[in-house]
Design a protein around this ligand. Sequence first.
Ligand code: SAH
Ligand code: SF4
Ligand code: F3S
Length: 483
Amino acid sequence: MSEPRKLYVKSFGCQMNVYDAQRMTDTLAREGYVETDRPDDADLVILNTCHIREKAAEKVYSELGRLRKQQEEQGRKTMVAVAGCVAQAEGSEIIKRARVVDLVVGPQSYHRLPELIASAEQRRGVVETEFPVEEKFDHLPPPTPAAIAKRGPTAFVTVQEGCDKFCTFCVVPYTRGAEFSRPVDKVLDEVKRLADAGVREVTLIGQNVNAYHGLDAHGRPAGLAELVRRVAAIGGIARVRYTTSHPRDMDEGLIAAHREIPAMMPYLHLPVQSGSNRILAAMNRKHDRELYFELVAKVRAARPDIAFSSDFIVGFPGETDEDFADTMDLVEKVGFAGAFSFKYSPRPGTPAAGEEDQLPEAVKNERLYALQALLDRQKAAFDEACRGRRFDILLEKPGRLPGQLIGRSPYLQSVVVVAPPAALGTLATVEVREVSTKSLSAEILGGEFFHGDILPRERAYAGSADSVRTGAASSAPTQEVEA
Ligand code: SAH
Ligand code: SF4
Ligand code: F3S
């Protein structure tokens, strides 16, 4: 038998690209490809790209330069495919600009990878960036139980793709196309398969996930709240998260779900972008700062132990010192447990890129620095307020030292504990002992693997509301600092 062909996939950008990379890997596994973590060892390299900011989009070309050099040194041609949002946005330009590329494939055509690779083997320069009418999700094969187990006890599931919001700074409506929601049963089948193979936590993802309106078995549209409720009811699923939400689509049903569904984690990523009403209007965000405050208050009333994270853009065209002060003020008032913050990056084809009052880089840098300093302080305060708290963690992977495991808190913080490898994939109740910038360390009090039950939710989270409300902070969402 011939050697299996080796596949190396590198993803940039958001969680949907992580999910897509897994689907591409699952598709190609059926064609006999096995994964490798080394590009110089691969027969096929896929770069799964992001177009959101200029820096992100340019990364693909430095990566391609590296691949070209590697191929020259090895004297061997590896098949190179560019997938993801740069593929969609730039199409055949990529083939022209980088000779090392054999195939360009947009996000809606991943189910066609095997035939596209076969054509690219015959002829370099295959480009597929149509938005096909047929539904790719129906044609993407599911992962095998072994592949699921290898990926660990948490999983992303795309439930919604595309965006109809057209914020004036954003390329996503052009790279991912119009909003589409997967039918309820398709999502439930996928989650059941994951749960059967050991997954305990699912994050439902979409560019505008709370606009979800997939059809149920009776052909009626279901909202995200109903979907979460049904996902949470699947045996084995202990935790549900969803990301990313738009403030305009945070409806009463979804807010109530935070109160009613214990499996919903008390951590909500709700991008606001700016605290200035003038800038929010110019961004076409379709809401003002007052609505954001109102939502935060309502969600906190429904789930007092909830913490928030957000996305911010500084230096949007025309942003004045007063506008920026409004953003700082919003951050002070809400108190975030984590955040991503970015300098505005003009993107080709978006309305804001054509505005005349673009801000100098120095002003953007200064504002980003000030905002990140504030968000860092809030994150540190939130983490610090977790000292002595009790909550459940999901044990996800081995720690750095023998005998250690790393779990995730409800707030996505990494928590280091002493526990045997056999406890991986189970929930444990812990008490937090030490707090550092990267992680918490904690002692196990009980849990599924350990003697004693996990704490009921009321007790586990008791007394925590204040620290969440004032301190904010935490979690994996780290800020991107653009040098
Ligand atoms: N609703 C989307 C947002 C995707 S983009 C989602 O599913 O996550 C993620 C974040 O990138 C945005 O919230 C915004 O803060 C930032 N962003 C988008 N376009 C940008 C641009 N042109 N310049 C700087 N940051 C940008
Ligand atoms: Fe982009 Fe706005 Fe859509 Fe989010 S809601 S993907 S920021 S256009
Ligand atoms: Fe980037 Fe596309 Fe995601 S532009 S952020 S990879 S949707």
